[in-house]
Design a protein. Structure first.
Length: 193
C-alpha cells in the first residue's frame, strides 16, 4: 500500500537534510529514477553517483565504495531496489564499514515506474538490518531523521535509516541535461583528486 499521507515529509525534504549534513568530500550514491532525479535537483555534486538502469545495485555499489575509500558514503536506496537485493545487507554487516550509511527512501512503491505498490509495508527493513548487525532506525519526521543521520555519521559500523514519506509520483520524468556517461566520468575524476 502506498502512502499518500501529506503530514509525512517528502523525499525532497529528506534529501535536502542529507545534502546539508553530508561533508563536502562525502560520497552520495542514489538509486535510479526518483532518488537520482531529486538528488541532482537538490544539489548536483561532483561526488554524487547516480545509479542508472539497474534496481538492486545501489547498496552493493555503496558497499564497494565504502570499503575502498575513507570518506563517508551515503546510499539513497529505494524500498523496491533494496528489497531486490536484501541479502546485500548481510554482506554489508560482514564487511562492517564504519563509513557507510544506507538511507532507504521508503515510499512503499515503485514511484519511478508509476507508483505500483511494493512489498515494503510488509517487511520491517530496519529490523532486518538490525538483525544483520547494523545500527538502524525508523523515522517519519525530519527532526527524527536529522538526529538519526547524526548518530549514523558517528557510529563505528554500518547504519541504516528507513524513512517513511509521502509517496510522490512525478507527472513526467525529467531528462537529465547531460549524459550519464559524463556524470560517471565526473564522479571518477572527483575521486581521483
Ligand atoms: C532489475 C530491474 N527491474 C525493473 C526495473 C524497472 N524499474 C525502474 S525504477 C523501478 C522502481 C524502483 O522502485 P524503488 O527502488 O522503490 O524506487 P522509487 O522509484 O520508488 O524511487 C522499476 C520497477 C529496473 N530498472 N531494473
Ligand atoms: Mg520506492
Amino acid at each position: 500500500m502506498s502512502n499518500f499521507d501529506e503530514s509525512l515529509p517528502t523525499q525532497w525534504r529528506y534529501t535536502e537534510a542529507i545534502v546539508d549534513a553530508t561533508p563536502d568530500d562525502g560520497i552520495i550514491v542514489s538509486n535510479l529514477g526518483v532518488s537520482s532525479w531529486i538528488l541532482s535537483a537538490v544539489e548536483d555534486r561532483d561526488r554524487n553517483y547516480y545509479m542508472k538502469g539497474a534496481m538492486g545495485t545501489t547498496t552493493p555499489l555503496g558497499l564497494g565504495l565504502a570499503v575502498s575509500r575513507d570518506e563517508q558514503v551515503t546510499v539513497l536506496d529505494g524500498d523496491g531496489s533494496l528489497l531486490m537485493s536484501l541479502g546485500s545487507l548481510s554482506t554489508v554487516a560482514r564487511q562492517e564499514p564504519s563509513n557507510l550509511i544506507i538511507v532507504v527512501m521508503n515510499n512503499s512503491a515503485f514511484a519511478t515506474t508509476g507508483g505500483q505498490p511494493s512489498l515494503a509495508n510488509e517487511v520491517d527493513i530496519a529490523a532486518v538490518a538490525a538483525d544483520c548487525g547494523f545500527w538502524s532506525a525508523d523515522v517519519d519526521s525530519l527532526e527524527a531523521f536529522e538526529k538519526a543521520y547524526q548518530t549514523a555519521t558517528g557510529y563505528n559500523g554500518p547504519s541504516l535509516i528507513n524513512c517513511t514519506m509521502t509517496t510522490t509520483v512525478p507527472d513526467s520524468y525529467p531528462e537529465p541535461d547531460y549524459a550519464h556517461s559524463y556524470r560517471k566520468h565526473r564522479f571518477r575524476t572527483a575521486l581521483e583528486e
